[in-house]
Ligand binder design. Structure first.
Ligand code: PDD
Length: 295
């Protein structure tokens, strides 16, 4: 089936959808994005994604090109036109098209809006059941990782290094040995006392929407949860390590570099949270009111 993309006011077959060579997203990575999981045609945590998108835009002083209501209409339309049952929607907003100059263009330049769809959501069950290996790398990114910028070269390099090492992800480390997050997901550990720990939502990480959802789920399930930095040394001694993200869901980590995590099999906490996250996205289907799209 050919994919339909939305580009600045038009829905087009993806192969005919184009951006201008002087698009600032292309020339300066001067834009922000969101990836939203669609499960049985419904978005997971749509409101939180749109809130983060608007925050990223504010931080970079990019004007939203359309209202939240218009954006919800467009995203819904892209989901419908692509007959997306389980998949992801990608939204990019960048500062628009202008002759190349570092300084921002004038107010007459309208930001660009692109929405695309991809079939397939979440990792294969077998992968999550077995747990995954991760590698560790220095976190070489800029100091505003809280902004979901399209400037993803360090993330892409880290993910490629993980793939070359036959690993699922790369944990990113500060010079002091703190685990900030991973290349496309947030990182968590479970202490020997069964406290769940994840890095606080500072400018050193992206405050993942899945991270927010899993924090809520974990607290509701009665776990003690701490948002504090943790080191690689702690993670290597942890009872469990796991990852969360829109494309990762909740993923148990069973090996860090060449060392097994605990006894090298997925832990009970990660498996329970994974199931509870699955229950959350399954519950979206029951929401017939359409409120899943409110932002
Ligand atoms: N990335 N950290 C980073 C660096 C990320 O790129 C992502 C997600 C996350 C998890 O955030 P969320 O739970 O909101 O998906 C954490 C998306 C999926 C991507 O770039 O494709």
């Amino acid at each position: 089936m050919s994919h339909i993309a939305y580009v600045n006011g038009r829905y087009l077959p993806q192969k005919h959808a184009q951006i201008h060579i002087e698009d600032r997203g292309h020339q300066f990575a001067d834009g922000v994005y969101e990836v939203i999981c669609i499960w049985h045609g419904r978005p997971a945590d749509y409101t939180a994604h749109i809130a983060r998108l608007n925050r990223s835009l504010r931080e970079l002083a990019i004007r939203p090109p359309v209202s939240n209501a218009a954006l919800a209409f467009i995203v819904k339309e892209v989901v419908g036109r692509n007959r997306l049952d389980k998949g992801t929607v990608y939204i990019q907003i960048n500062r628009g098209v202008a002759p190349r100059a570092h300084v921002f263009p004038g107010a007459a330049v309208k930001p660009s809006l692109i929405v695309t769809a991809k079939h397939g959501a979440g990792p294969a069950d077998a992968v999550a059941r077995a747990g995954v290996k991760v590698i560790t790398l220095p976190d070489t990114r800029w100091k505003r990782c809280d902004i979901k910028s399209v400037g993803l070269l360090p993330n892409a390099l880290a993910k490629q290094a993980a793939a070359e090492a036959k690993a699922y992800e790369a944990l990113l480390l500060t010079p002091e040995g703190t685990v900030t997050e991973a290349s496309v997901s947030n990182a968590w550990m479970v202490t020997p006392e069964r406290t769940i720990v994840t890095h606080p939502a500072t400018s050193s990480i992206l405050a993942g929407v899945t991270r927010g959802r899993v924090l809520k789920i974990a607290r509701e399930a009665g776990y003690v949860v701490e948002e504090r930095p943790f080191t690689l040394a702690e993670a290597l001694k942890a009872k469990e390590v796991f990852l969360t993200g829109t494309t990762t869901f909740v993923m148990p980590v069973v090996r860090i570099d060449e060392q097994p995590v605990a006894n090298g099999v997925p832990g009970t906490v990660a498996c329970e949270l994974r199931q509870r996250y699955q229950d959350y996205i399954d519950s979206l289907t029951a929401d017939v009111s359409g409120s899943a799209w409110d932002a």
